[in-house]
Design a protein around this ligand. Structure first.
Ligand code: CA
Ligand code: CA
Ligand code: CA
Length: 541
C-alpha cells in the first residue's frame, strides 16, 4: 500500500457563478505578494512563472528585503494564482505567498434621507447592516417582488420602469374607493375615513369604537407606497430615501382599501401574483419570486388564504408576512399563523421587541419596524384623502409597525434571489435563520418569541458567496473512495466539488450531497490518484 497525502488547499473558485452580473467584487487580482527566505534571482523567477502560465509576464512592482510585489500583466483568479504559487513553492524557498487582493469601498448611497434618517439599514442593534450586502449585490432586475397592499402611486423616488402592471384585486367598490370592483389599475385611491364615518356605528368600513363618538378624520395611509419604497425606492440618486433592492421589479397588487380588505381578495391576489389563474382576471406574465404582505387579521388562517399560500410555496415563492401590531401572540393572527409563510416581528432601534409587535412561536424572524426612538423612513404622498399627483404630492415620512419590518425581510430575500437565482425556498429559509443576528443581551426579544434573530443583510449575502473553510479528511490515502465532508459558504443545490492540480486531470467528487449552504458531503475516488498537493475547489462547473 502506497502512502498518499492529499493536501486540500482552501481556494475560492471564481468563475463558477458567472450569472452574478451584480456581483461587484472581483476576486481577480493582478498582483502577488511573495516573501522568500533566501534571495532569489529575479530573472529565474520570471522565467519560471512564464513557463507555468504563458499568459503571465511579471514585473517587479516593489521590493522590500526579500518581499516582492509582483505585477502580472492582467487580472487572474485566486485559483489561478494559487496554482502558480504551489508550483513556485516546489522550486524556491518561500516563506509565504498570496494573491494581493483588491478591496472595494463599502457602498453608501447618496440619498439624503438615507444619510440622515434611515438608521434601520445601518449598524445599530435593531438595524439590518445593509451597506456590506450592497457590496456583494444591489439586486437584479430579473427578481419580482409582489407587494399586496393598498396600491401604488407615481413618486419621484420610485422608478416607474421598475413597477410592473399589477392589478387591483379589491372586489368591493366601497373598499376599493375607486368607483369600481376589480380592475387592471392598482393605483392607490386612498383609504381615508372622515370623522363622521368613524363615529357612525352604521358605517361598516370606518366605524372605530376605540375613539367614537369623538374620532377625528383619519387621513389616507399610502401604506402601499411606503412598503414599496422600503423594498425598491431608487437608491443613490441624491433624492429622498434608499430602497433595499436597487434593481428588482415591483408587482403592485391592490388588496387593502378603505376599512381593510377581504381574505377572498387576498387569496386571489396571492394565486395571481404567483402566476396562477384567477377567474375574470388576465394572467400575470411576471410571477413573483417574493410576495410581501404587510397585513394581519385576527383569528385562524382562512382556508382559501392557506390554499393560496400553498400554491405559492409549491412554486418556491417566499411569502413574507407581518406578525401584526397587537402586542399579542401572533398565533391568533393570520396570515402569520398560516403554514409556509415567513412571519416577521418588529424590533426597535435597540433590538428590543417593538412595543406593538406581536410575538410567539409563529414568528420566523425579526426586522426593524421602528418606534418613537426611530421610525422607518420611506416614500409617501401628501394627500390626506385622494392622492396629490407627483411630483408636488411626493414626500417622505417615518412610520412604524410590523408592516414596516416585513419589507426589510422581503428586500433582503430579493437581494439573495437576485444574487443566486436558483436558491430554493428551503435554502432561503435556512439562510435567514442561519445568518440572523442574535438579539442583544437583555433584549425583550428572544428566540422563543421573536424568531431566529434580527435579519442581517450582510451575513445573509455573505453566506451565499462560495468559499471553502475546512474539510474532513484534509488528507487521504489512495486506497479507494474517501467520504469527504466540506464546510464553507454558498453551497447551493447543484454545486460540485473537485480536486485540482497543475498538470493532472481533475478528481471529481461523486454522489454530491448538498446538506445546506454550509456543508457538502461527497465521495472522493482516490484510486490511482498521484500523491501530492491538490487543491480542493467547490462550485458549479
Ligand atoms: Ca377598483
Ligand atoms: Ca383600481
Ligand atoms: Ca432615492
Amino acid at each position: 500500500m502506497r502512502f498518499f497525502y492529499l493536501f486540500f488547499i482552501i481556494i475560492f473558485s471564481s468563475n463558477l457563478f458567472s450569472k452574478q452580473s451584480n456581483f461587484k467584487f472581483s476576486n481577480k487580482t493582478d498582483q502577488i505578494i511573495i516573501k522568500f527566505r533566501k534571495k532569489i534571482d529575479k530573472e529565474i523567477l520570471s522565467k519560471k512563472i512564464f513557463s507555468l502560465n504563458k499568459s503571465i509576464n511579471i514585473k517587479f512592482q516593489r521590493e522590500f528585503k526579500d518581499k516582492y510585489i509582483l505585477k502580472l500583466d492582467g487580472r487572474k483568479t485566486e485559483e489561478e494564482i494559487n496554482l502558480i504559487i504551489d508550483e513556485l513553492k516546489k522550486e524556491f524557498d518561500i516563506e509565504y505567498a498570496e494573491p494581493d487582493k483588491i478591496a472595494y469601498p463599502a457602498l453608501e448611497p447618496n440619498d439624503p434621507y438615507y444619510i440622515s434618517y434611515q438608521w434601520h439599514y445601518k449598524t445599530s442593534s435593531g438595524a439590518i447592516n445593509l451597506s456590506p450586502a450592497w457590496d456583494i449585490t444591489v439586486g437584479s432586475s430579473s427578481t419580482v417582488v409582489a407587494v399586496l397592499d393598498t396600491g401604488i402611486l407615481p413618486h419621484e423616488d420610485i422608478l416607474s420602469s421598475r413597477i410592473l402592471s399589477g392589478y387591483d384585486m379589491i372586489s368591493n367598490p366601497s373598499i376599493g374607493n375607486d368607483g369600481d370592483g376589480r380592475d387592471d389599475n392598482p393605483t392607490d385611491a386612498g383609504d381615508w375615513c372622515l370623522a363622521s364615518e368613524r363615529n357612525d356605528p352604521q358605517n361598516s368600513l370606518c366605524y372605530d369604537n376605540r375613539c367614537a363618538p369623538n374620532c377625528s378624520d383619519d387621513p389616507s395611509s399610502w401604506h402601499g407606497i411606503h412598503v414599496t419604497g422600503t423594498i425598491g425606492a431608487t437608491s443613490n440618486n441624491s433624492t429622498g430615501v434608499s430602497g433595499i433592492n436597487w434593481n428588482c421589479r415591483i408587482l403592485p397588487v391592490r388588496v387593502l382599501g378603505k376599512g381593510g380588505g377581504y381574505s377572498s381578495d387576498l387569496a386571489d391576489a396571492i394565486v395571481w401574483a404567483s402566476g396562477g389563474s384567477v377567474n375574470g382576471v388576465p394572467n400575470n406574465s411576471n410571477p413573483a419570486n417574493v410576495i410581501n404582505m404587510s397585513l394581519a387579521g385576527g383569528g385562524s388562517c382562512p382556508t382559501d388564504v392557506q390554499n393560496a399560500i400553498n400554491y405559492a410555496v409549491l412554486r418556491g415563492i417566499s411569502v413574507i408576512v407581518a406578525a401584526g401590531n397587537s402586542n399579542s401572540d401572533a398565533s391568533v393572527f393570520w396570515p402569520c399563523n398560516c403554514s409556509g409563510v415567513i412571519c416577521v416581528a418588529a424590533v426597535d432601534k435597540f433590538g428590543d421587541k417593538a412595543g406593538y409587535s406581536n410575538y410567539g412561536s409563529s414568528v420566523f424572524i425579526s426586522a426593524p419596524g421602528g418606534s418613537s426612538d426611530g421610525l422607518i423612513w420611506s416614500t409617501l404622498n401628501r394627500g390626506t384623502t385622494t392622492p396629490i399627483p407627483s411630483p408636488s404630492g411626493d414626500t417622505y415620512d417615518g412610520y412604524d409597525g410590523t408592516s414596516m419590518a416585513t419589507p426589510h425581510v422581503s428586500g433582503v430575500v430579493s437581494l439573495m434571489i437576485g444574487f443566486k437565482p436558483s436558491l430554493t425556498l428551503d435554502e432561503i429559509r435556512y439562510n435567514l435563520r442561519k445568518t440572523a443576528k442574535s438579539f442583544p443581551a437583555n433584549s425583550s426579544c428572544n428566540t422563543n418569541i421573536c424568531g431566529a434573530g434580527i435579519i442581517d443583510a450582510s451575513s445573509a449575502l455573505n453566506n451565499l458567496v462560495i468559499s471553502i473553510s475546512s474539510s474532513t479528511p484534509s488528507y487521504g490515502l489512495n486506497t479507494g473512495n474517501v467520504n469527504l465532508s466540506v464546510w464553507g459558504k454558498g453551497f447551493i443545490n447543484g454545486a460540485n466539488v473537485k480536486l485540482k492540480r497543475n498538470g493532472y486531470s481533475d478528481v471529481i467528487c461523486q454522489n454530491v450531497n448538498v446538506i445546506n449552504l454550509n456543508q457538502i458531503n461527497c465521495i472522493l475516488p482516490l484510486n490511482g490518484v498521484s500523491p501530492g498537493k491538490w487543491n480542493l475547489v467547490c462550485g458549479k462547473y
